[in-house]
Structure formats: C-alpha cells, structure tokens
Design a protein around this ligand. Structure first.
Ligand SMILES: Nc1ncnc2c1ncn2[C@@H]1O[C@H](COP(=O)(O)OP(=O)(O)O)[C@@H](O)[C@H]1O
Ligand SMILES: [Mg+2]
Length: 254
C-alpha cells in the first residue's frame, strides 16, 4: 500500500497554474524524486503535501489518513519531516539546539518550556538533547553539535537541516533540492546518506536538479513541467522519455 497518495492537487497564483492536477503514489520504503525545470511547481507541490499551503483542489492521503492541508503541525505529528530549498536554521543557535527544535515535536513540553530551568522540563531537555545528538551522529556530524549555525560551512548547514528533519523521526522525509550548493564530493556523500536514511525505514520524496544523484538513488521519478505531470517511471524509462528530454533534460544544464 502507498504511504503517500497525492490526488489531483491544484494550486494557482493569480492566473498561473503552478500545480495543475498532479497525482502520484509513494510506496512505503521507496525513494521517489520529483524533477522538472525551474518554475515547474515542485516546491509548490511540496508545500501542498506538507500542508504549509492550501490547495485549490485535490487531496493528500498519508498512511491511510486524509490530511487536512494548511496545517503543517498535523503533518509533522502524522510523521512527515521536510527540509527547505533555502536553509532555515536559527543563526544564533548551535547546531544541536537547531536539531532540538525538530526533536521537540516528539517531546511532551513545548520547545520554549523545555529551555526553562524547571525540574519538570529538565528531563525533557535531556531527552531532546539525546534525540538531537542521535540524529547528528547518524549523519556523522555530531562533532558540530556545539558550533553556532553561522560558523558552519554551507554543506554543514545543509546537514544540520537534514538532522533537524530526522530528529522528528518522520516516516516520510521531503527533501527540497538537498544537493543545491553542494560540491561533487558532498553530493555523492548526500546520495549515500539518503540511501542510509531509507535503510533506516524512512520513505523519501525529494525534489532535485542534480541528475546524477536523482538517477542514482531513485526508485521512481515524477516529471513536472509547467505545473503538470508529464511523465512518471523508473530512472531509465525517464531518461529515454522523449517528452521529458524535450521539456527538461534537453534545455537544462543545471
Ligand atoms: N507564493 C507565490 N506567489 C506567486 N507565485 C508563486 C508563488 N510560489 C510560486 N509561484 C510561482 O509558481 C511557479 C512554480 O514555482 P515553484 O513551485 O517554486 O517551482 P519550482 O520549485 O519547480 O522551481 C513559478 O512560476 C513561481 O513563480
Ligand atoms: Mg523549488
């Protein structure tokens, strides 16, 4: 059974149909990619799935339950985590504090309460810290735990974002251009990480421009062009699809 089912999603901005009747399924345990030229509607689609944007039509079913859109907290509680195309770390906080923000969705006290020096919340804070450290360790970056976000290299900031998403222990991880700005070596490492994340039981849906990465790790690919799904299939079939080549691969060297 599908873990995620997207049905007929639509979203317009003024007269522009950013997402136009898009539907697909993501099987539990899969790595699925969404590709398409800049402006194709990929990030808008992610926002609709994650609930940070309300669709004009269509629906999202996650783990068999219909999700009310426009409420990302519900999606996180239901088991969705995400990273953003633009890095969104709290600059004055350390790496581990940033990751604790992700872990707190699983704690009982709120995140701010957990930072207050109350005995009741001290245990909670230790729990969050342990969970955050485990996520950093899983990604091999626990050595950065005490560094302020602004002190980190770009690739390290991306990794901390990933740790924050993982700290909420998602069943489905949405990654919006995780390789953006990474060099070749970092991109290869990221591919290995995404595979390890999947092996740990997390289903992955990613938007990505790096074709080497997408073709190397994806079980299936959805191709968007001007808001519409123009193809869906395994990497080899997508690479051979004439419409895809014309619409995307042919005129894009990103
Ligand atoms: N909040 C918004 N208001 C108006 N237009 C938007 C908004 N968000 C996205 N768009 C437009 O919708 C289209 C799809 O954008 P986006 O989903 O960001 O594409 P992608 O992630 O594939 O590059 C683009 O033409 C973009 O300019
Ligand atoms: Mg985008």
């Amino acid at each position: 059974m599908s873990l995620l089912s997207v049905q007929g999603l639509c979203k317009s901005f003024g007269g522009l149909r950013a997402v136009d009747d898009v539907g697909f399924e993501v099987a539990g345990g899969a790595i699925k990619a969404v590709i398409g030229p800049n402006g194709a509607g990929k990030t808008t689609l992610f926002n609709l799935i994650f609930g940070s944007s309300v669709p004009d039509g269509g629906s999202v079913t996650f783990a068999g339950a219909h999700l009310s859109t426009g409420r990302p907290q519900r999606q996180v509680a239901a088991g969705m985590g995400r990273t953003f195309q633009q890095i969104r770390l709290f600059p004055q906080m350390t790496a581990i504090e940033n990751v604790m923000v992700g872990a707190h969705t699983r704690g009982r006290a709120g995140f701010l309460a957990s930072l207050l020096p109350l005995p009741r919340t001290r245990r909670e804070e230790r729990f969050l810290r342990d969970e955050a450290l485990a996520a950093l360790r899983f990604l091999g970056i626990d050595g950065l735990a005490g560094s302020e976000a602004t002190q980190l290299a770009y690739g390290e900031q991306r990794a901390v974002e990933l740790a924050r998403a993982l700290a909420s222990k998602p069943r489905l991880l949405l990654l919006d251009e995780p390789a953006a700005g990474l060099n070749m070596r970092e991109t290869v490492e990221l591919g290995k990480l995404i595979r390890r994340i999947r092996e740990s039981g997390v289903t992955v849906l990613l938007v990505e421009h790096d074709m080497g990465l997408v073709m190397g790790i994806s079980d299936e690919i959805v191709v968007l062009c001007q808001g519409q799904k123009i193809a869906e299939g395994e990497p080899l079939a997508i690479q051979k699809n004439a419409e895809v080549v014309r619409a995307y691969l042919g005129d894009e060297d990103a």
